[in-house]
Design a protein around this ligand. Structure first.
Ligand code: C5P
Length: 236
């Protein structure tokens, strides 16, 4: 493969090689998928919003000393990121019951959890990304116990920074999903994206959903909601 070649195409992003073997170019797509690809649509403008919002959050986390793969944004749809080997675990942090947790455990959506929780899901489309425990991670050799401890610790730090920041903007961070990778030196690095596709954002006063649930639940005004997040972050 040569610089410029596409290394990987995911549901919402494409990854390209660059001249530097340690750097990849990410291009955000306008496609939206939900329920393990069963629901699909093209939402014009979503890619740009996710690139901008994700860039904002990665820069904020960098400033707060939380290392991540982000290098810089290079166009409305593209970023340069450090190349990592993605750990096949989706790390979900929850402050308030919603989505699959509310459904699985029979908790009313919107119930504040007694304390923040971290969940792990096996990143495997064929299996439908099942919920897994640390013992499953060990048996499947998805990560070492030390790495799992780092995933948990970094995810909770991200939650602290983003929750506090967003609350100032009257946005409640209900839950979110993170992915991590391992760089060439063996460091665990926050990767992927942080956007309304991967977080639940609720407007504090109205409870309005400003995230991908608008797409999942056919609520309409999806990209408009992403714009609202971007506006509150100071975007133009
Ligand atoms: O669907 P569920 O309630 O488990 O999602 C928890 C959080 O993780 C939500 O913010 C959702 O957007 C995010 N998520 C994701 N990608 C997945 C599964 C969940 O970004 N494959």
């Amino acid at each position: 493969m040569r610089p410029g070649d596409m290394l990987y195409e995911g549901k919402a992003k494409q990854l390209f090689l660059t001249e530097d073997s340690a750097v990849l170019r990410v291009k955000y797509k306008d496609s939206a998928t939900a329920f393990n690809n069963q629901k699909r649509a093209t939402l014009e403008g979503k890619g740009e919003m996710n690139n901008r919002i994700s860039t904002f959050f990665f820069e904020l986390l960098n400033k707060k000393g939380i290392a991540n793969h982000f290098i810089k944004a290079i166009s409305p749809l593209e970023q340069l990121v450090k190349r990592v080997e993605i750990i096949p675990i989706e790390v979900v942090v929850r402050n308030i019951a919603a989505g699959t947790m509310a459904k699985r455990l029979g908790i009313a959506e919107g119930t504040k959890l007694k304390h923040t929780i971290v969940e792990f899901y096996y990143k495997d489309d064929a299996l439908g990304d099942p919920l897994i425990t640390e013992e499953h991670i060990s048996v499947l050799e998805l990560a070492t116990p030390e790495q799992v401890a780092q995933l948990r610790e970094q995810a909770l730090r991200v939650n602290e920074v983003l929750s506090a920041f967003l609350l100032e903007l009257n946005i409640i961070l209900v839950d979110f999903k993170l992915e991590f990778g391992v760089d060439g030196d063996g460091n665990v690095l926050l990767a992927d994206e942080i956007s309304p596709d991967t977080c639940r954002f609720w407007e504090k006063e109205t409870g309005e959903r400003l995230d991908k649930d608008r797409f999942r639940r056919d609520m309409g005004q999806v990209v408009e909601a992403y714009h609202e997040i971007w506006n509150r972050l100071g975007g133009k």
